[in-house]
Design a protein around this ligand. Structure first.
Ligand code: FES
Ligand SMILES: [Fe+2]
Length: 427
């Protein structure tokens, strides 16, 4: 008898009510309320998004003093700016301390100051209030030091990836990342530590619950069926599909998880396939040799040949596949989300290699790629199916009885266990 059958559901908190794991019975189910309920959505904002480390951006996006990017984090307007005095990455709440207007009104740029357009209070890149028109009206009582921009409670970066948290008591980022660090290191080391976010952003939305994209981003099971068109395209270019999708999935702790596998497509890091063209072969061989010399054949082989789809809980995906993509998303309602994605690349990459990488990225990923529209169709279809009613639970038990393989669902169970823990009040 499961926990759910022993106790009436009304007495269970949301995590235990929605996630039902029965190890002996090899059954793992998620209640569809988790994907449709307004109450669950509101609880997620309070219990998950207010108490996790959330991705803000990459340090390479703001290399110079005064460089800034504005973006929502957990639905809140936030901006990240490189301080002109300190040289450090500052992350501020994007709201004027006078009466509230947003002070950073462009998506990116460089500025010495941020002037609120409402009454023209002015802040510098360290958040300090440096200008107030008609200041004498305050009779020297205005505490300029206390009226600086609000810093987000916690800001830390790991190898250039900047995260923030609204919870001042959260564990440090390195501890939080747990087993995900090893996989981030592989991505960064394969680029010699010189990761750059390529200018340009994919932005799109879909009518589906955000957790469906968590599952989909690390789901090896759907590749052959959903992305049949892409595989046929690869075959038309001469790719041998017999390699299949082989590998394993892993719980990395704290809700993070990875799907690691061999797949038939080429990888710009250094795995040639016909999609790159014959002329690219010598360059890709040279890239591979450089990594072998530096990291040895085993680690270099892992960098070059092995694909990684990684979830950093709760809403950051780093896919090191036919391109390296960084993707984050945020629910706007129980049944909708916005998605933002970038391409990461080595800073010193030759223009022709960069071109190949971008081609590879855009062929599969993004709103104009072979994969993303298919995935959106699948996820919106699930959401539509939930509205039909009649079935209460999703089944996520694939591979519970074995060492998890690439097409199993252990990586999703890792996410759902942590989700349930936080929804039950765990921090
Ligand atoms: S609200 Fe910003 S200056 Fe008044
Ligand atoms: Fe997909």
């Amino acid at each position: 008898m499961t926990l759910l059958e022993e106790r009436p559901s009304s007495t269970l908190s949301t995590g235990s009510r929605c996630v039902d794991e029965d190890i002996d019975g090899m059954r793992f189910r998620v209640h569809r309320d988790a994907m449709t309920s307004e109450d669950v959505f509101r609880e997620e904002i309070e219990k998950i998004f207010a108490h996790s480390w959330l991705y803000v951006g990459h340090e390479s996006e703001i290399p110079e003093p005064g460089d800034y990017v504005r973006r929502p984090v957990a639905g809140r307007p936030i901006f990240m700016v490189r301080g002109a005095k300190s040289g450090r990455v500052n992350v501020f709440h994007n709201t004027c301390t006078h009466r509230g207007a947003v002070v950073c009104r462009r998506d990116k740029g460089n500025s010495k100051v941020f002037q609120c357009f409402y009454h023209a209070w002015t802040f510098d890149s360290e958040g300090k209030l440096v200008g107030v028109p008609g200041k004498d009206a305050y009779d020297d009582q205005l505490d300029m030091d206390a009226l600086g921009l609000g810093r987000v409670a916690k800001v830390e970066s790991y190898r250039g990836f900047v995260f923030c948290s609204f919870d001042p008591d959260i564990v440090d980022l390195t501890t939080y990342l747990a087993g995900a660090r090893e996989y981030l290191d592989l991505v960064v080391d394969a680029m010699d530590g010189d990761v750059q976010i390529v200018p340009g952003t994919n932005e799109y939305g879909m009518q589906a619950n955000w957790k469906l994209l968590v599952e989909n981003s690390i789901d090896g099971y759907h590749a052959a069926s959903t992305h049949d068109t892409y595989f046929k395209y690869l075959v038309s270019l001469g790719t041998d599909l017999s390699i299949g999708v082989k590998g394993h999935t892993k719980d990395l702790g704290n809700g993070h998880a990875v799907l690691e596998y061999l797949a038939p497509w080429g990888r710009p890091i250094a795995r040639w396939e016909p999609i790159f063209g014959e002329e690219a072969k010598p360059e890709i061989d040279a890239l591979r040799q450089r990594l072998v010399d530096k990291h040895g054949p085993e680690r270099a082989g892992r960098m070059c040949d092995v694909n990684r789809n990684m979830l950093i809980y709760p809403n950051l995906i780093i896919n090191d596949i036919m391109a390296v993509t960084v993707r984050t998303f945020m629910p706007t309602s129980p049944t909708s989300m916005t998605v933002t994605a970038w391409e990461a690349a080595p800073g010193d990459e030759l223009p022709e290699v960069r071109q190949r990488r971008l081609d590879s990225f855009l062929t599969f990923l993004g709103p104009g790629g072979f994969a993303t529209p298919d995935d959106i169709e699948a996820l919106e279809s699930c959401q539509q199916g939930f509205a039909s009613g009649g079935i209460e639970w999703n089944d996520i038990s694939r591979g519970m009885n074995r060492e998890p393989e690439a097409t199993d669902e252990e990586q999703m169970r890792a996410f759902w266990r942590r989700w349930a823990e936080q929804m039950d009040g765990g921090r």
